[in-house]
Design a protein around this ligand. Structure first.
Ligand SMILES: Cc1cc2nc3c(=O)[nH]c(=O)nc-3n(C[C@H](O)[C@H](O)[C@H](O)COP(=O)(O)OP(=O)(O)OC[C@H]3O[C@@H](n4cnc5c(N)ncnc54)[C@H](O)[C@@H]3O)c2cc1C
Length: 393
């Protein structure tokens, strides 16, 4: 197995690096490097810049307007974006629902929905989880009843990330109660501006409203917004989740945040403490090991093998690492990381931070926020069950 990059791959990396450094707005990069709050405009501005270049759908094949990059090129693109301080691409459109529309949607659906996703104009949300149906997703109850050429949707979704900005939502809905729960689920695209849709933000520990509850009250959805066949939605949902989990490993962000941790440790004086440096070294070893795992997956993909059965492992290790660097940043800043000042998340905040370094004020918020990573995209406990079944046998 060859884990080194070829000269062509290195040249590709240089090309991406130069382009990203020229086109990424500096005010956005500043916010990302300092973990400050990103607005909808920040996220969408970068998405549209990528969209205009044809790179928002960086994983897409050429036939659908993507760059047709192979797995290594996609990895290099992600790495260069992360290291430059680009915001993570909001995955619901380009990374999650687009591959489903390409694989299972009709020609009309592809022509109707893919251009708005590729350009970054249309914001998508994910409607899978419900109260009581998270890990046990197949038990979901939101009902879609076929009446003529429409579905009438009633029920509730929850934990809908950034759903307050959503134009469209892809949903798993129950269309049958016959047989196994998985066989009565369908995959429906829904316009969030439709009458009967209510979005209610959930305020989290870090003060952000990153997630929402979404209620459907007799929402009419044209039947031509059903993907594939009725009651086959579970198959399409699984296709999508495999994309979500690989994306969640986010080793490139971990590399960027490791450098931030070192900066904080030096500024706070704990860099001179051998015990603290040991902790950073252990984290760095784990990040390098995760990167090797990602490169092994890429190498397998290059040689035509299917590596997706270790997607769960990537998710488990990636999310644990994210939580660890946030913890170490808090420890490095010591008591000055403790006060939680919500306004400090805004760029240009000049408020009072008695005795501490103002740049450390957002640390508590990052720490709280990253508690989510071992839960979303399928909790780590459930991922371990899957790894036990698929990898260990
Ligand atoms: C920040 C955030 C953003 C999210 N964004 C979205 C989104 O945009 N769209 C969306 O649809 N969903 C989203 N989710 C929902 C997410 O997918 C679910 O929270 C997750 O699948 C867990 O489901 P649950 O919260 O219902 O917990 P539960 O399933 O009730 O689990 C509770 C606990 O029990 C454990 N557990 C459950 N079953 C097992 C088992 N079989 N073996 C061992 N342990 C088990 C779990 O690991 C967990 O610790 C988001 C969640 C979070 C926290």
């Amino acid at each position: 197995m060859d884990l080194a990059f070829t000269p062509e791959e290195q040249a590709f990396r240089e090309e991406i690096r130069a382009w990203v450094r020229t086109h990424l707005p500096q005010d956005i990069a500043h916010k990302v490097h300092n973990a400050l709050r990103l607005t909808k405009d920040d996220m969408q501005r970068w998405a549209k810049i990528l969209g205009a270049k044809g790179w928002l759908g960086y994983g897409w094949p050429r036939e659908f307007g993507g760059p047709g990059w192979n797995a290594v090129q996609k990895h290099l693109f992600e790495e260069e974006c992360a290291l430059a301080g680009a915001p993570r691409i909001v995955p619901f459109g380009p990374v999650m629902v687009a591959p489903v529309i390409m694989a299972f949607g009709s020609k009309e659906q592809q022509q109707r929905f893919l251009p708005g996703i590729a350009s970054g104009e249309v914001w998508w949300s994910q409607g899978y989880s419900e109260p009581g149906s998270g890990s046990d997703l197949a038990s979901l109850k939101t009902r879609a009843e076929r009446v003529g050429d429409k579905y009438i949707v009633n029920g509730q979704k929850t934990w809908t990330t950034l759903g307050q900005y959503g134009d469209w939502m892809f949903n798993l809905v129950r269309t049958s109660t016959e047989g196994k729960p998985q066989t009565g689920i369908s995959f429906l695209l829904l316009d969030m501006k439709s009458p009967g849709v209510t979005v209610r933000p959930i305020k989290l520990l870090d003060g952000e409203c990153e997630v929402n509850e979404v209620f459907f009250d007799n929402v009419e959805v044209p039947a031509d917004q059903l993907i594939g066949e009725e009651n086959k939605g579970w198959t399409y949902a699984k296709h999508l989740l495999s994309h979500e989990r690989t994306n969640i490993a986010d080793v490139n962000r971990a590399k960027r945040e490791l450098e931030r941790l070192k900066r904080i440790a030096k500024a706070e004086g704990v860099w001179d403490d051998m015990r603290f440096r040991d902790q950073i070294a252990l984290l760095e070893v784990d990040i390098v090991a995760l990167e090797m795992l990602v490169l092994r997956v890429l190498s397998m993909e290059k040689s035509g093998k299917n590596p997706l059965d270790i997607a769960g492992l990537l998710k488990i290790r990636g999310s644990e690492i994210q939580q660890r660097y946030a913890e170490l940043m808090m420890l490095a800043a010591g008591p000055f990381a403790l006060p939680f000042i919500e306004e400090a998340m805004e760029a240009g905040w000049q408020g009072d931070f008695p005795g501490g370094v103002a740049a450390n004020a957002p640390l508590a918020s990052t720490y709280f926020n990253l508690r989510k990573t071992t839960i979303y995209g399928g909790s780590n406990e459930v991922q371990r069950n899957i790894v036990a079944q698929t990898v260990l046998g």
